[in-house]
Design a protein around this ligand. Structure first.
Ligand code: FES
Ligand SMILES: [Fe+2]
Length: 353
């Protein structure tokens, strides 16, 4: 007797079907915004280390020179195209070798400095004329602060338009070690940021008792918000504040006070137009960082992100949303965020989309 064949309704078919319907979601019609974006935590890159990166729909190499300077270059060598972030011999599984202030291409050992200039072709008598006196690899503006390596992305390669602030809460002293979380999220970075301008979802997605009232100010590249909150604790409600401050699309800070002083950097970086990498880095005041309340606060914020994730990963972008009078400052938020698009006006997206 031949075993009975089963058709349909298998777990494999269901998984495949799920993938198919997720893939068929329309792509985001928005480009990647410009700004400073986290590409690594600083202590994830030792001196004389290099590694491949992929952000901004571009292959990159990140390295730290012998003197400690972090740099990011386009990945592919201008000679014959090797990726500088993949080493050979002793460096297999690591990046290209670092010599002094330069990175060495694994293929024919041409050396490049942090400006992307070729400084040596070890088997030739001179640097090729095409590479003389100029960068032959794009060097991305890089800034190392707050325990984070930031890169300036601009699609037309405009120079940085603001500086990265250094925060005392991320500098040790009275503040503890960074507590970090990372997610790859299949969404556009604008959708992640819109979370803060959407008070109603806090009730329905995050089970907040009431729809919170935010007072958000949009000013230049900065958006700041303040909210009075009653933190739920086992000992009852404790009044406090949540203050948010975004410097462009890649640097969002939240300061919680009242319960236990907590500073959180929310660092969203586009991998491309449809995928973002989100990092959270919390530091808490040493007075209270070991308390259960401090741990609970981090758990709640991280839990909220994970509650939002399935919505982001399955929604589509509505260029002309149908808004109610109970919605927050979504239109102002979008206008503010829209300033970070180069040569692109999101209001021109077809209405009804
Ligand atoms: S490909 Fe880089 S040195 Fe030849
Ligand atoms: Fe949320």
């Amino acid at each position: 007797m031949t075993p009975e064949k089963t058709f349909g309704n298998t777990d494999a078919a269901r998984d495949e079907y799920q993938q198919l319907i997720t893939r068929s979601r329309p792509s985001y019609p928005l480009p990647m915004p410009y700004g400073w974006f986290a590409v690594s935590f600083s202590d994830q890159l030792a001196a004389k280390q290099s590694k491949p990166l992929r952000y901004f729909d571009t292959d990159l190499v990140l390295f730290r020179t012998e003197s400690g300077h972090a740099a990011v270059l386009d990945a592919y060598c201008p000679h014959l195209g090797a990726h500088l972030g993949y080493g050979i011999h002793e460096e297999v599984g690591h990046g290209g070798r670092i010599e002094g202030e330069t990175i060495v291409c694994p293929f024919h050992a041409w050396r490049f400095n942090t400006k992307g200039e070729c400084v040596e072709v070890p088997y030739a008598t001179k640097i090729p004329p095409k590479a003389q006196g100029k960068a032959c690899l794009r060097a991305w503006p890089t800034h190392d602060a707050n325990g984070v390596i930031y890169v300036w992305y601009h699609p037309a390669q405009a120079e940085p338009m603001w500086e990265v602030d250094s925060y005392e809460e991320a500098a040790g002293g009275d503040w503890g070690e960074q507590n970090r979380f990372e997610w790859v999220v299949k969404t556009h970075t604008q959708e992640l940021a819109e979370n803060a301008a959407d008070p109603a979802h806090f009730h329905y997605v995050h089970r907040a008792d009431a729809v919170p009232e935010w007072d958000i100010k949009y000013d230049g590249h900065r958006a700041t918000g303040e909210q009075k909150v009653g933190f739920q604790t086992p000992r009852g409600v404790v009044n406090g504040f949540i203050r948010t401050s975004s410097d462009g699309p890649g640097q969002g800070n939240t300061r919680f006070s009242g319960l236990c002083d907590t500073f959180m950097m929310g660092l969203a970086t586009p991998i491309d137009e449809n995928i973002a990498l989100m990092r959270f880095a919390f530091t808490q005041h040493r007075d209270s960082e070991k308390s259960n309340i401090a741990k609970g606060l981090i758990r709640d914020v991280v839990g909220q992100f994970e509650e939002d994730k399935p919505i982001w990963e399955n929604k589509r972008f509505r260029a002309s949303p149908m808004l109610s009078d109970g919605d927050g400052p979504i239109a102002q938020f979008r206008k503010w965020y829209g300033q970070f698009y180069h040569d692109f006006d999101p209001t021109q997206l077809r209405s009804g989309a």
